[in-house]
Design a protein around this ligand. Sequence first.
Ligand SMILES: Cc1ncc(C[n+]2csc(CCOP(=O)(O)OP(=O)(O)O)c2C)c(N)n1
Ligand code: SF4
Ligand SMILES: [Mg+2]
Length: 316
Amino acid sequence: MVKKIKNLKEYSTANERFEGSHLMCPGCAHTIIVRELMNCTDDNLVIGCNTGCLEVGTAVYPYTSWDTSWIHIGFENAASAIAGSEAMYKTLKRKGKLKDPDAPVKFVVFAGDGSTYDIGFQWLSGAVERGHDFTYICLDNEVYANTGGQRSSATPIGASTTTSPAGRVSYGEKQNKKDLIAIMAAHGAPYVAQVAPNKWKDMLKKLQKSLKTKGPVFLNAMSPCTTEWKFAPNETIDISDLAVDSLVFPLFEIENGTKLTINYRPKNVIPVKEYLAAQGRFKHLFKKGNEHIIKEWQKRVDQYWEYLQRREEAGV
Ligand SMILES: Cc1ncc(C[n+]2csc(CCOP(=O)(O)OP(=O)(O)O)c2C)c(N)n1
Ligand code: SF4
Ligand SMILES: [Mg+2]
C-alpha cells in the first residue's frame, strides 16, 4: 500500500527501510532516491541491484543497509534477475505455495546508467517487452562512477571523464546523451518518467504511481554525483535545481508509449551555461575556443523542450 505523506518533515522521519551508516559519498543523490522509494510504500519489496556505487557502498559483507529482500546480481542483468523473481513469485502463488499469498509484493531494480544505457540494455529491453511487472529505476549520474568515472552513453557532450578527458586537443565527451527515456517509451511500457531529487513531491507521486502500475515501469532518475561532476557535497540539491530549471533535465512522463505530460514548467528558465558553470566536469567549456559547445548545448535543450511540448499538445 502506498503511504499517505503530508509534508517533507513527515516524509523524512518515516520508518526507514534503507539504513544509514553506508559507504556512499556524503551528498550522493543515489541514496536520496533510494530512500524516497523505500519510504513511499509499506508493501514488501524485492529489490535487484547490480554492481555500481549503490551496491558496493551499501552491502559490504557482513553488513547491509537494506531492510528488504535484496538481490545482488552481475552488472549486465539486473532486469533479468528481477524478471525471474517476479515470474517465480507468480508461479509460487499460482501453485498455492506462498505463506501469505495476499501480501502485496513489489519488484524494483536500482541500476546505474552504465549498466542501464549500455551494458544491461538488452536485458532491460527484453524484460520490458515481455511485460514483467516491475519498476526499473536508473540512477543516472552520467558516468561509470564506481570504477573511476569512465564515460557512458548517458554522458553529455563536453563532459570531461577519465575516458573522454578534456585537454589541449579535446573538449571532452564528443557524443550527445542517448535519449533512453524515448527508447523505453517506444517499447510501449505502461509508464516511463523522469524524476529528480530536488522535486521530491513530483518524485514521490511518480514512485507511487509506478508501484501501482501493472506491468513494466521505467524511471530515469537524475542523480548528481559530487565526485565525478565535481561540486561540493552540500550542493546536490542546488545542482538538481539548476538542471531542471535550465531544462537540461526536463520532468515529464509518458503513458502507454504515447501520452506525454510535462510535469514541471520552470517559471524562470535559466540559461544552460549556469548549470554547466556549477560543475568542475564542464569548467574547460568556459575557456576560449569551446564557446560553440555551450551554444550547441543551449540549442539542443531548446529543441528538446519544443519537441516535448509538441508531443504533449499532439497527445502522441
Ligand atoms: C560485466 C561487468 N563489466 C564491468 C564491471 C565493472 N564495473 C563495476 S561497477 C562499474 C561502473 C558502474 O557504473 P554505473 O552503472 O553507471 O553505476 P554508478 O557506479 O555510476 O552508480 C563497472 C564498469 C563489472 N562488474 N561487470
Ligand atoms: S562516486 Fe558519485 S555516485 Fe558514487 S557514491 Fe560517490 S557521489 Fe555517489
Ligand atoms: Mg553511473
